[in-house]
Design a protein around this ligand. Structure first.
Ligand code: CMC
Length: 464
């Protein structure tokens, strides 16, 4: 059967006849702005000429109503709980395919033919090892370093090793950089874990699938044969697929913004990892387990539900709610089933996991959470699965980063290929002082403000 043509390009959204009129109620002046229609989703007002024509900016902290780019990779309808990658539903992909298929799809726009699939596997496999010199970087970190701190450092350092794939104007080099990043992430992440344990670093085994390799790299030891449990490898495959991409989230937008200045892809992905680390984003799966530890026992769940509802209390139920999904998170639906499969396969009786199930039950039936449409998100279940698989909590976001790397690099590549790309440069609403005269220190007024900085370094004379 003939294969549809490859679709690597971003098709710029088309301006249609409709337009929006902006009227300044003070002066009565009006301006017309065209609307753009994508293939799905709400129409978009093209405000690129807003400042040059009307002399105003838009104000949208958090980008809740701002499309920063056009993209053909992922479509989300948060109200309907829809997530499509290149048109394919996330649950279809998670149920029917493997992570390599999804990587190819995100990068190239189509599912691979059998030949393309095996060629892609070979391309990824040839890059799974780390440069031995790079391996020595790990010993520069303290053993207690957070693995995400190591990830930021090591991934950023890749740009110092692979000069043959940092010419961003060369499509071949861009693709090699993409393959390198996807291939090396499990090795980089596993070594961060092994380093914390003081265990030797295993080499990747290219006879295994990507998800099997993740498990083997993390959990094997040279003293024993490591047999990959197929149920757990399937769960890892689901986790990787479900984290592979999520449109213009904070870390992907960070990668795009960093890349818009023509920075190299390794540096851009390191920036994405830094953004992912935050507890409101990828760090939420780790925060879920920390929260469960804080709650401690089932009898304290009700107290924490009350805290989450108290407007005077900053506490939030980690792993609940989403900026975009206001009915349910389709990724969480898939992972919920995987979560229960893994717990059954491993026959684990873990009070923390029991507590998680109790919290899920109570929050799903609680009026506050129902009214505000706060459902368990992907991080709630991935945190529980990763704990059941044996990962320490500080490795959870690393697993997220491994899965998301393809999304970051697919968006970076798309941006590089898009004719409309420009350096990202948001504007601001300035609320500081108006211009004022400079006064030299001798002429400034005396005050009785007492500023002491010694608390910064604990009163010590020298900094650590
Ligand atoms: N627990 C208790 N109340 C909450 C929670 C929560 N987890 N999330 C939102 N709310 C309340 C919030 O207090 C606010 O109430 P009110 O209207 O009375 O002020 C209302 O719901 C709307 O919250 P918001 O902060 O305006 O919503 P947002 O869209 O800006 O935030 C969120 C989304 C994911 C940052 C937030 O729900 C949250 O902090 N969740 C916990 C952290 C978490 O699980 N993050 C992972 C997100 S999914 C992974 C990813 O894609 O990166």
């Amino acid at each position: 059967m003939a294969k549809p043509a490859q679709r690597n390009d971003v098709r710029p959204a088309r301006a249609v006849r409709h337009s929006f009129t902006l009227t300044d109620n003070e002066t009565g002046e009006s301006w017309e702005f065209p609307t753009l229609h994508g293939t799905m989703g709400p129409k978009v007002i093209d405000t690129r000429k807003l400042y040059s024509q009307a002399g105003v900016f838009t104000y949208d902290p958090g980008f809740a109503s701002t499309a920063s780019c056009s993209s053909a990779i992922t479509y989300i309808d948060g109200d309907a709980g829809v997530l499509l990658h290149r048109g394919y539903a996330i649950d279809d992909l998670a149920k029917n395919t493997d992570y390599m298929d999804v990587c190819y799809l995100l990068l190239h726009g189509e599912l691979p033919s059998p030949e393309e699939k095996s060629e892609f596997d070979i391309n990824i496999n040839r890059h799974t090892m780390l440069h031995e010199q790079l391996v020595r970087f790990y010993s520069g970190f303290v053993r207690s370093a957070h693995p995400m701190a190591i990830m930021v450092g090591i991934v950023g350092a890749l740009s110092a090793f692979y000069h043959d794939s940092t010419d961003i104007t060369d499509p071949m080099q861009r693709m090699i950089a993409a393959h390198r990043l996807i291939a090396k992430m499990p090795t980089i992440g596993a070594y961060a874990y092994k380093y914390s344990l003081g265990q030797p670093f295993p080499y990747p085994n290219n006879n295994l699938s990507y998800s099997e390799n993740v498990l083997r790299l993390m959990f094997s030891a040279p003293t024993d044969e490591y047999e990959v449990n197929p149920v757990l490898a399937r769960a890892m495959n689901s986790i990787l697929i479900l984290h592979a991409d999520h449109e213009q989230n904070a870390s992907t937008s960070t990668v795009r913004l960093a890349g818009s200045s023509a920075a190299n892809p390794f540096a851009c992905v390191a920036a994405g990892i830094a953004s992912l680390w935050g507890p409101a984003h990828g760090g939420a799966n780790e925060a879920v387990l920390n929260m469960l530890h804080e709650i401690g026992t089932k009898d304290r769940v009700a107290k924490y539900i009350r805290k989450a509802q108290d407007p005077e209390d900053n506490f939030r139920l980690m792993g609940f709610g989403h900026r975009v999904y206001k009915n349910y998170d389709p990724r969480a639906e898939v992972l919920r089933k995987t979560c229960h499969e893994v717990l059954e396969e491993l026959g684990i009786h873990d009070p923390t996991l029991d507590l998680a199930m109790e919290l899920e039950e109570i929050a799903l039936n609680d009026d506050y959470f129902k009214e505000k449409k706060l459902y368990p998100n992907v991080d709630f279940y991935s945190g529980i699965i990763l704990r059941a698989l044996g990962f320490p909590t500080n490795m959870f976001t690393v697993l997220f980063a491994i899965g998301r790397t393809v999304g970051w690099i697919a968006h970076w590549k798309e941006m590089m290929e898009a004719p409309e790309s420009r350096i990202g440069r948001p504007r601001q609403l300035y609320v500081g002082s108006k211009k004022r005269e400079f006064t030299s220190v001798a002429n400034r007024e005396h005050t009785d403000r007492k500023i002491s900085w010694s608390w910064l370094w604990g009163g010590k004379k020298t900094a650590d």
